[in-house]
Design a protein around this ligand. Structure first.
Ligand SMILES: Cc1cc2nc3c(=O)[nH]c(=O)nc-3n(C[C@H](O)[C@H](O)[C@H](O)COP(=O)(O)O)c2cc1C
Length: 181
């Protein structure tokens, strides 16, 4: 059983990448026969989408590569960074390109959506928006969790979600990640 994990951020120091990597490690501890590949959306950087560029470029290979990564996975974990209440431009740009291959970008994969930010909101606006639109894009949402105040709740030196209550909630969504056989 193969899980694909990514942060919807192109920041080199992405806290969402830290979170999704931590969640992936926890998932492997909690569940047998699970492998997780954590990818970086910087490896799928594309020109700024427009229909004009699409006419020039067609469907770029990197967009197909990203789409095929999702295709070959049995499940997805995505942790969303929030910029001004919404997706980061980098993630939205990649998503727009891939949506032209197939509007069902998530290809009916069981999915966990996470989010975090340094503030108390925990990027919950973008998480809500991703969750609400997920069925339209073919994601089967199996759980969501926002981690507020990342730097108060996650110890980067120990690589651990030190807030016990949040850690318990994360374990719950990972254990309930059904659809993964
Ligand atoms: C342009 C910009 C807009 C931001 N807007 C929000 C926001 O709306 N909500 C929020 O919680 N954090 C916001 N932040 C702070 C981000 O949550 C913070 O930079 C976080 O580290 C982003 O996640 P990442 O490290 O995974 O990229 C914003 C940051 C930037 C640079």
């Amino acid at each position: 059983m193969k899980v694909l994990a990514l942060a919807a951020s192109n920041s080199r120091k992405s806290i969402n990448k830290t979170l999704v990597t931590y969640a992936s490690e926890q998932l492997k501890e909690l569940r047998d026969n699970v492998t997780v590949e954590v990818i970086d959306i910087n490896d799928y950087e594309l020109p700024l989408f427009s229909t004009d560029r699409e006419e020039e470029l067609g469907q770029p290979q990197l967009a197909h590569d990203f789409y095929n990564k999702i295709k070959s996975a049995d499940g997805l974990i995505i942790s969303f960074a929030e910029h001004n209440g919404s997706y980061t431009a980098a993630y939205k740009n990649l998503f727009d390109w891939v949506s032209r291959i197939n509007i069902k970008v998530f290809q009916n994969k069981p999915s966990l959506f996470l989010s975090t930010s340094p503030g108390q909101g925990g990027a919950s606006s973008v998480l809500k928006s991703a969750e609400t639109s997920a069925p339209f894009f073919g994601a089967e949402i199996k759980g969501t969790l926002s981690i507020p105040s990342f730097f108060d709740n996650f110890d980067s030196d120990k690589n651990q979600l030190t807030n016990k209550n949040l850690n318990r909630k994360l374990c719950e969504v990972l254990i309930n990640f059904h659809g993964l056989h």
